[in-house]
Design a protein around this ligand. Structure first.
Ligand code: XMP
Length: 532
C-alpha cells in the first residue's frame, strides 16, 4: 500500500493496539511492529512518524528491549509513550529510575500548551502553576490523563525541555522540538486521558505532517481494484461465517469479481438460533449479490469431533481444523480454485503474535496460513489491515444493509466458545434458546444499538433448584453484555435490573435444562469478552 504511514513499535504493553486505533481515528494509516524490528527495516518503511509504546520492563534492566540512539537521529519524528518515553530518555542520556511514588489511574497533568504536542489542550488555571512541582511551564494548562507507571524520568536527556508535570511526576512530558522528539509518561491512547486523541492528532497531523488520507471510501475503492487485478480470471473461494467480518469480505469480493466467487458457508451447528437460515437468505439465491453460494450442513460432524473435549484452546483448534477439512472437500468438488478469501481483521493479526509484541492470548482460526495439503494458490484477506469499526465503515461504503453491518459480532468458533466444557447438541440448544430470549428482550428495551456486544453463554455448572414442587439439577446460564469501542478493552454494560429480571424469568420458564441465570460483571482485562 503506497500511502503515508506511522509505525507503532510495540514494547508489549496492554494498550498498544489502542495506540494504532487512535492514530487511525486521525485518518492516518498506521501499523504495529515488534520492538525486535531492526533499524534497516524501519528505515525501509519510510514512516512519517514513529511511536514507541508502553511495556512491562524497566529500560535500565538487564535484557530490556531497546534501540540504539540512531533511532532518534533518523530525522523521523518519534513519540515515546510510558516505557517508550523512558527508553528515549535512557538511550539519549537522561536518567530513569524507580519512582518514589508510582502513579496509577486518572491524574491531573499540567501541560505547556505552547508545545506543539499540547496545542489546544487543557483549560487555563491560575492555580495550576507550580502546584506540587517546582517546574513552571511557560503556558500552563491542566488536563486529566491516565497514568500507570512505577519507573519515572528523574532527569530529562540533554536538549529536552519539560512540557508537562504532575504533583508526583516532574517529567510527565518532554520535548526536543528541533529534533521532533517527544516523550509522554502517561497514556494518551486510553479514553481516560480526556484529550489523548487530540495529543496524538497533534503528533501525527501536526508534528509528523501527515495529510490524513486514510479514509474508508478510498480504501474500499482501492481494495476492489487491487482484488480485480490480483484475481484476473481466477476462481475465488470465500469462507463465509455469517459474521460481520466475513460478510463484508464476501461482498467486497463479490463486487470485485462477481460470479468468479464461490462462498462456502459452513453451518457448524454452533451458530446462533436460526442464523444459518438468515445467512442463506442474504447470500443465497434469493439474496442481492451475484455470487455462488454453497451451504454445508456439518453440524453432526462438528459435534462428534467435539465430544469429550473440555479445554477451550483444544476446542478452538478442532473447530478451526474441521473448517479447513470441510473447505478442502468443497474445493475438490468445485474444482481448481486459485484464491481463498478470509475475513481476518487487524486485531486477529496482532493477537496471534503476527503483528506486534502482544502475547498470544488465543489462537484465531481465521488468521492466514493453511496446511500444505490444501490446494489453493493464495489467500486473500481484504480486511487484514482494519480494526472492527473500520470494517463496519467499509461495510456501509459497500452498501451492505445497516442491520447486517451493525449485527452483533460473532466469533468464528461460534457457540463452541460460549459453552464452558464439553460441547453437545443439547448444550447448543440451551445456549441458542437463552441467547435468543436475551437478544429479544434487549431489543425490546431499546438497548440493542447501545451495547457493544451481548450474548448468553452456558457455564458448566449444574446446581440444585426447585421448580413447582420438583427438585431440579440444571445448568446456569451466564448473561454477558459489554461496552467497548475497540473490543480490546471492555466494561460490563449497566442493563436495567427489570430487563435482567425479565430475561431471567423467561429463560428459566422457556428453556429446558436451566435453573439459574447469572449476569457477568467482569471487565476486559482481566476477563475476555467471550466466555470460554
Ligand atoms: P475476546 O473474547 O478476545 O473477544 O475478548 C474480542 C472480540 O473478538 C471476538 N472473537 C473472535 N472473533 N474469531 C473471531 O472472528 C475468534 O476466534 C474470536 N474470538 C473472539 C469476540 O466475539 C469479541 O468481539
Amino acid at each position: 500500500m503506497d500511502q503515508e504511514k506511522v509505525i507503532v513499535i510495540d514494547f508489549g504493553g496492554q494498550y498498544n493496539q489502542l495506540v494504532a486505533r487512535r492514530v487511525r481515528e486521525c485518518n492516518v494509516y498506521c501499523e504495529i511492529y515488534s520492538y525486535r524490528t531492526d533499524m534497516e527495516q524501519i528505515k525501509a518503511m519510510n514512516p512519517k512518524g514513529i511511536i514507541l509504546t508502553g511495556g512491562p520492563n524497566s529500560c535500565y534492566g538487564e535484557n530490556a528491549p531497546t534501540y540504539t540512539a540512531e533511532l532518534f537521529d533518523l530525522g523521523i519524528p518519534v513519540l515515546g509513550l510510558c516505557y517508550g518515553a523512558q527508553l528515549m530518555m535512557h538511550v539519549l542520556g537522561g536518567r530513569v529510575e524507580k519512582a518514589p511514588v508510582g502513579e496509577y489511574g486518572k491524574t491531573e497533568v499540567f501541560v505547556d500548551s505552547s508545545s506543539p504536542l499540547f496545542a489546544g489542550i487543557g483549560s487555563h488555571t491560575a492555580e495550576a502553576a507550580g502546584v506540587g512541582c517546582e517546574a513552571q511551564l511557560s503556558d500552563e494548562h491542566v488536563t486529566v490523563c491516565w497514568m500507570s507507571h512505577s519507573d519515572y524520568i528523574a532527569k530529562a536527556a540533554c536538549g529536552f525541555s519539560i512540557v508537562a508535570h504532575t504533583a508526583d511526576c516532574p517529567v510527565a512530558a518532554a520535548e526536543f522540538r528541533e529534533k521532533n522528539l517527544y516523550a509522554i509518561q502517561f497514556h494518551p491512547e486510553v479514553l481516560h486521558t480526556v484529550e489523548g486523541t487530540k495529543m496524538l492528532y497533534n503528533f501525527v497531523r501536526g508534528i509528523c505532517g501527515c495529510a490524513g488520507t486514510w479514509r474508508m471510501d478510498s480504501f474500499v475503492e482501492n481494495s476492489i481494484q487491487e482484488i480485480r487485478k490480483k484475481v484476473g480470471h481466477g476462481k475465488v473461494l470465500c469462507a463465509l461465517s455469517g459474521g460481520v467480518d466475513s460478510s463484508v469480505a464476501a461482498v467486497m469480493l463479490a463486487k470485485a469479481v462477481g460470479s468468479q466467487l464461490t462462498c462456502v458457508f459452513v453451518d457448524h451447528g454452533l451458530l446462533r438460533k436460526n442464523e444459518g437460515d438468515e445467512v442463506e437468505a442474504v447470500f443465497g439465491e434469493e439474496g442481492a449479490y451475484d455470487l455462488n453460494f454453497i451451504r454445508v450442513n456439518a453440524q453432526e460432524r462438528y459435534y462428534s469431533k467435539l465430544a469429550g473435549i473440555m479445554e477451550p484452546e483444544a476446542k478452538r483448534k478442532i473447530i478451526g481444523e474441521e473448517f479447513i477439512r470441510v473447505f478442502e472437500e468443497e474445493a475438490k468438488k468445485i474444482g481448481a480454485v486459485d484464491f481463498l478469501v478470509q475475513g481476518t481483521i487487524y486485531p486477529d493479526v496482532v493477537e496471534s503474535g503476527l503483528g506486534g509484541e502482544s502475547a498470544v492470548i488465543k489462537s484465531h482460526h481465521n488468521v492466514g496460513g493453511l496446511p500444505d495439503c490444501v490446494d489453493f494458490k493464495e489467500i486473500i484477506e481484504p480486511l487484514r489491515d482494519l480494526f472492527k469499526d473500520e470494517v463496519r465503515k467499509a461495510g456501509l461504503e459497500l452498501g451492505i444493509p445497516e442491520n447486517l453491518v451493525f449485527r452483533q459480532p460473532f466469533p468464528g468458533p461460534g457457540l463452541g466458545i460460549r459453552i464452558i466444557g464439553e460441547v453437545t447438541a443439547e448444550k447448543v440448544r440451551i445456549v441458542q434458546d437463552a441467547d435468543a430470549i436475551y437478544r429479544e428482550e434487549i431489543a425490546k428495551a431499546g438497548l440493542d444499538r447501545g451495547i457493544g456486544q451481548y450474548f448468553a453463554a452456558l457455564t458448566n455448572m449444574r446446581s440444585v433448584g426447585v421448580m413447582g414442587d420438583e427438585r431440579t439439577y440444571d445448568y446456569a446460564v451466564a448473561l454477558r453484555a459489554v461496552n467497548t469501542i475497540d473490543f480490546m478493552t471492555a466494561e460490563a454494560a449497566e442493563i436495567p435490573f427489570e430487563v435482567l429480571q425479565t430475561v431471567m424469568g423467561r429463560i428459566i420458564n422457556e428453556v429446558r435444562g436451566v435453573n439459574r441465570v447469572f449476569y457477568d460483571l467482569t471487565s476486559k482485562p482481566p476477563g475476555t469478552i467471550e466466555f470460554e
